[in-house]
Design a protein around this ligand. Sequence first.
Ligand SMILES: [Zn+2]
Ligand SMILES: [Zn+2]
Length: 298
Amino acid sequence: MTFAGPYAHQRVALATRHGKERVISRALHWGLGAQLLHVRSVDTDALGTFCGTVSRQGDAIQACIAKAEAALRVGGTNLAIASEGSFGPHPQLPFLASGVECMVFLDQQRGLLVKEQLLARRTNFAHRQVPPPSPSGPDAELARWLDQVGFPRHALMVRASASAGEQPGTTPGAVAKGLRRWDDLELALHRAAAASSDGLALVETDMRAHCNPTRMAEIRRLAFRLVRRLARPCPACDSPGWGVVDLRPGLPCANCGLPTAMTRALLWGCGHCGHQEEQPRADGRLQADPGHCDWCNP
Ligand SMILES: [Zn+2]
Ligand SMILES: [Zn+2]
């Protein structure tokens, strides 16, 4: 396979200690013919971590840009890529957990910043407070939860549920991370419960990519989406990175014709020159099911 695009045979720096290089280098290779330069010396955790030991600076996109800039600096390249995830309650369904993954690509020579993000289809993001387990192993409730979050294929983190005298802004207690064996988890639960003023341990899913195959799969999906965008030139200025930037709601109801919340059109845009074009839905749908209509199905 030969590539003729703007990034063929170019090196793209990625700073990670979480094993993202494998999935991202495949996307760069197959999508752009580019090569990944793995920068190991940048401590991306210093830019904000999931477990709260370093509070996150700004939002996820800002954190992502900071990581990419660090990779550019240390890697000595003109191109860099970085990814960042954020997890919490689902924006529409607060009783469900959701994950948002974002990825940025920096092209210093062109002065280009290309962003892509996705709402994870699946995430195991969860936490719970538990008493120290008995020597006979996890109780039925904990066993069910461990199963739900995909332990031991997915690693866990444990800390004291409430540190005595802990104030907002102070450093929380020790966190045991990357736990994948019951023996290690059991020991961490006992230690954390003993250190906690309420006698409970807080156990959480470890969302770092190398500890979480579900998340790694989403990062892979996003990396391929980003390189597809990078491979498309803007029709106005020819800069790489032409892709969907927004969704326009208002697909008319098939029954009454009033606009619904469903997507009517896609707004495509260029991050370089600002050119935008509205295009119809990829599936060709022109009308919404009346079930989505506030008037026909209030
Ligand atoms: Zn209607
Ligand atoms: Zn353009």
